[in-house]
Ligand binder design. Structure first.
Ligand code: 1GP
Length: 234
C-alpha cells in the first residue's frame, strides 16, 4: 500500500515540520553516499532526487545508491521525463503552473507516462511555482519561463489556488536552486493561509534562522540542496 502522501498530510495535521534534502544526480558521487547521509541533518524527513539537466541513467544510479543506504523516503523531483527511476518511493508529478510553456505544463508529463505505467511509484500531483530569487535560475533557463516577482503576492496566491482547484496535492514555491533571495515570509504566509494542501518551499535556504523563519511563516516542508553540496565540496 503506497501512502507517502498520507504521511505528509499526517505530519502537517500534527504540525510536524518536514525537511527534504535535494540531491542533484549530476553532482552526486555514489561512492560518497554514506558520508553524504551522515552530513545531512538528523531531522531530515525526505530525500529528493532531481535536477534541471541530468545525464541519462544517472538518476537510477543515484536513487539506487541512496535507497541501499537509508530508510528515508526517496522522492523524484524530475527536471524532465528522463529522470524517472523505479527504485524511488514517489514522484512529485510537477506542473510548472507559474509558467506558460506547454512543454512544462503538460508536455513532459505526457512523455513520462509510458515509464510510469511500467513501474510502481506513488504519483503526487504537484503545482510548481517559480518565484524570482534574485538571479536567473536553472528552472527559468531550462523551462524558458519567467518567475513571478516576489511583490506579486496576489498572483502567487491565485496561482497556488488554481493549482489546488486543478487537483494538485502539493504546492511547491521555488525560488530556484542557489537563489540569492529565498521566497519571502510574506508570500509563504499568504499562500499557506489560502490553500488547504501541504506547502513545500525551496531555493536559497542556508541558515538555521532562514529555516526557522520559513517554518514559522507556514512552510510544511522545506527543501535544501545547494547548502549540502557546498558542505561536501569543502
Ligand atoms: C531547488 O528548491 C530547491 O529546486 C533547493 O534549492 O539548492 O538553493 O537549496 P537550493
Amino acid at each position: 500500500m503506497l501512502n507517502f502522501y498520507r504521511h505528509i498530510e499526517t505530519a502537517v495535521a500534527e504540525n510536524k515540520k518536514l525537511l527534504a534534502i535535494l540531491i542533484d544526480p549530476d553532482k552526486f558521487e555514489e561512492n560518497g553516499t554514506e558520508a553524504f547521509l551522515k552530513s545531512i541533518p538528523e531531522n531530515t524527513s525526505h530525500i529528493f532526487v532531481g535536477g534541471s539537466t541530468v545525464e541519462i541513467n544517472k538518476t537510477e544510479k543515484t536513487v539506487k545508491a541512496i535507497k541501499d543506504s537509508t530508510q528515508l523516503p526517496v522522492f523524484l523531483f524530475p527536471g524532465n521525463h528522463n529522470q524517472i527511476a523505479g527504485d524511488a518511493d514517489a514522484i512529485l508529478f510537477l506542473s510548472l503552473i507559474s509558467g506558460r510553456n506547454p512543454e512544462y505544463l503538460i508536455g513532459q508529463q505526457v512523455k513520462s507516462v509510458a515509464k510510469l505505467r511500467e513501474i510502481k511509484l506513488e504519483i503526487i500531483p504537484t503545482g510548481y511555482i517559480l518565484i524570482d530569487g534574485g538571479n536567473e535560475s536553472a528552472v527559468q533557463r531550462v523551462s524558458n519561463t519567467e518567475p513571478i516577482p516576489q511583490n506579486e503576492i496576489h498572483t502567487i496566491v491565485n496561482t497556488a489556488l488554481a493549482g489546488q482547484y486543478s487537483g494538485k496535492k502539493l504546492i511547491y514555491l521555488e525560488a530556484g536552486s542557489g537563489a540569492k533571495i529565498p521566497v519571502s515570509e510574506e508570500i509563504i504566509a499568504a499562500v499557506k493561509k489560502a490553500i488547504d494542501i501541504p506547502l513545500i518551499v525551496g531555493g536559497g535556504i542556508c541558515t538555521p534562522l532562514q529555516q526557522l523563519k520559513a517554518y514559522e511563516a507556514g512552510v510544511d516542508m522545506l527543501v535544501m540542496g545547494t547548502h549540502f553540496e557546498k558542505m561536501k565540496a569543502d
